[in-house]
Design a protein around this ligand. Structure first.
Ligand SMILES: Cc1cc2nc3c(=O)[nH]c(=O)nc-3n(C[C@H](O)[C@H](O)[C@H](O)COP(=O)(O)O)c2cc1C
Length: 169
């Protein structure tokens, strides 16, 4: 596909199985950098991050989600938070964090890494903050599980475009 951006969007898949190879800190920083270059309402940049590679912390966090096997298998995690003290508009700030997370997933793929957006863990978001020792004013939006993918065989599907486009006037 000649269009690299569209190719990256269409070929990104959620990667849930990883090798034991550690993820370079520079790559994790690059992924966060891609996140912060997402658009945000009023350029408010309400996102905050906790980058986690420490094995003990990853093990503790694995107890907070149904997807413990993914958390345990990932060599790195990035917690994406909304700074509640920085919110100017609840809807727009949440939308901005979503854009940030998508940028991060695409960046991970472009660095030959892979990852998955974990949302189920939000059920235990207060416990996550306790484990990583950050103030509850930072509201967990997602935990990204990242690593070197064990394979890239994942398939996904979408409904037909006509299902989503209500009108083309
Ligand atoms: C808000 C949100 C929450 C998600 N939570 C989880 C999760 O807790 N566990 C998981 O394995 N995948 C989770 N996913 C990944 C979706 O299952 C995945 O994006 C979807 O099935 C489409 O597959 P694809 O990403 O490979 O295109 C989540 C995705 C989003 C956007």
């Amino acid at each position: 596909m000649p269009n690299k951006i569209l190719q990256a969007i269409f070929e990104r898949r959620s990667r849930r199985e990883f090798t034991d190879k550690p993820v370079a800190m520079e790559d994790l920083q690059e992924i966060v950098k891609a996140g912060i270059w997402a658009p945000s309402g009023l350029n408010n940049q309400p996102w905050r991050f906790v980058v986690i590679t420490d094995a003990k912390t990853r093990e503790q966090l694995s107890t907070t989600t149904h997807y413990s096997h993914i958390v345990l298998g990932a060599q790195a995690l990035i917690g994406v938070f909304l700074d509640s003290d920085a919110v100017y508009d609840v809807v727009k700030d949440h939308q901005s964090v979503g854009a940030c997370i998508q940028n991060m997933l695409l960046a991970a793929e472009s660095l030959d890494l892979g990852g998955v957006w974990l949302g189920q863990i939000l059920k235990n978001k207060e416990k996550v903050n306790q484990i990583i020792a950050i103030d509850q004013r930072y509201e967990l939006m997602a935990m990204l599980a990242l690593g070197h993918p064990a394979h890239r065989n994942q398939k996904s599907n979408r409904q037909d475009l006509n299902h989503f486009i209500l009108k083309m006037i």
